[in-house]
Design a protein around this ligand. Sequence first.
Ligand code: MF3
Ligand code: CO
Length: 253
Amino acid sequence: MILLKSRQEIEQMRAASTIVAQILDEVASRVRPGVTTAELDALAEELTLEKGARPAFKGYTVAGRVYPASICISINDEVVHGVPTTKAVLRAGDIVGLDFGVCYRGYFGDAARTVPVGRVAPEAERLMEVTAAALHAGIEAVRPGAHVGDISAAIQDAVEAAGFSVVREFVGHGIGRNLHEDPQVPNYRTGARGVRLQEGLVLAIEPMVNAGGPEVYVKEDGWTAATRDGRLSAHFEHSVAVTGNGPYILTLP
Ligand code: MF3
Ligand code: CO
């Protein structure tokens, strides 16, 4: 079931999404060698509560498994859903995916970005640039009358033209009064056009891109997805509303 949002609801979602973007900025600014992912999680949670919002991921349950933290932090070969821990200490040369969402006054915002820890290898730099560019190529496909499949194709083409691969197991999604709503937004062609985009649809578009092959596995913690081949992965996400004028990116600070 597709739930369309009024202009007023989209402004409420913009408020939730602004909080997400501001907190991601703050967390990203604290990324440096020696910091643990548990420290970054505590910061994200504290800032969320300060703003009168609620962390969207904490307590989120998939197949009986409860996500235990406020933010997902995925390092290097980790793709998504990395669980913060005092054992994960950031080191210079790492790349770190920060995926964060809040619920504010009944509406959700969801965004992600991947940032370097100090100086990183040229391939890591290029992977982050290509993934961010793929997200923006997907966003540029957003307009009334286009289809979800146009977003998927634009992302896949941007990634594969750079020689990288798109993760299949995780996809973007509708967002609103729920963190995950219909439709799914794959980052690759599925053979279907997908639903037609219309004003009031709000989508979380979130390519996950691997430097090597697309295959992933889930680690023993039951959450953290990582690349099969151990090579790097990057993740960028924005919550985006479809308007008559095209895409309205909600998760900008
Ligand atoms: N951005 C991710 C998503 O939309 C975050 C979910 S994290 C979870 O699926 F841990 F809460 F599942
Ligand atoms: Co999401």
